[in-house]
Design a protein around this ligand. Structure first.
Ligand code: THU
Length: 139
């Protein structure tokens, strides 16, 4: 199984493919499936701003499109273009809800400020969540 360091490195690599001409804020994500597969994503912005897709959701859409629905961990690396990453980039609220669709509350979210790794579980990032459990289904 891939190490946390390698997953973060994969997210940092994916970040370099971000399409972010409006914000100039590049984000990469690397999503680890339970079978060990890794799916990459980057943010893809749009002139109609609300059509933007975050890196995390790009990774989930890719993984689900390729037949994966069970995940254990995601690494997220983000920051302004042309600068080294110096701050933790935490997933936005919409991405947290998308994570909850496919992940249990012990799903791990890794971020980095370029020096240290921050490790959170989804239950911390989205407490008292609404999920498919409430509708009696999903996944
Ligand atoms: N963004 C992500 O891709 N993931 C996050 O967790 C936070 C924000 C993107 C969306 C937008 O393209 C840019 O960062 C600035 O908000």
């Amino acid at each position: 199984m891939i190490t946390d360091e390698a997953l973060i490195a994969a997210a940092a690599g994916s970040r370099m493919r971000a399409y972010a001409p409006y914000s100039g804020f590049l984000v990469g994500a690397a999503l680890l499936a339970e079978d060990g597969s890794v799916f990459l994503g980057c943010n893809v912005e749009n002139a109609s701003y609300s059509a933007t897709c975050c890196a995390e959701r790009a990774a989930f859409c890719r993984a689900v499109s390729e037949g994966h629905r069970r995940f254990c961990k995601i690494a997220v690396v983000g920051g302004p273009a042309k600068e080294p990453v110096t701050r933790f980039c935490m997933p936005c609220g919409v991405c947290r809800q998308v994570m909850r669709e496919f992940c249990r509350e012990d799903f791990v979210v890794l971020t980095t400020d370029g020096r240290q790794t921050r490790r959170r579980v989804l239950a911390e990032l989205l407490p008292d969540s609404f999920s498919a459990d409430e509708l009696g289904g999903g996944r």
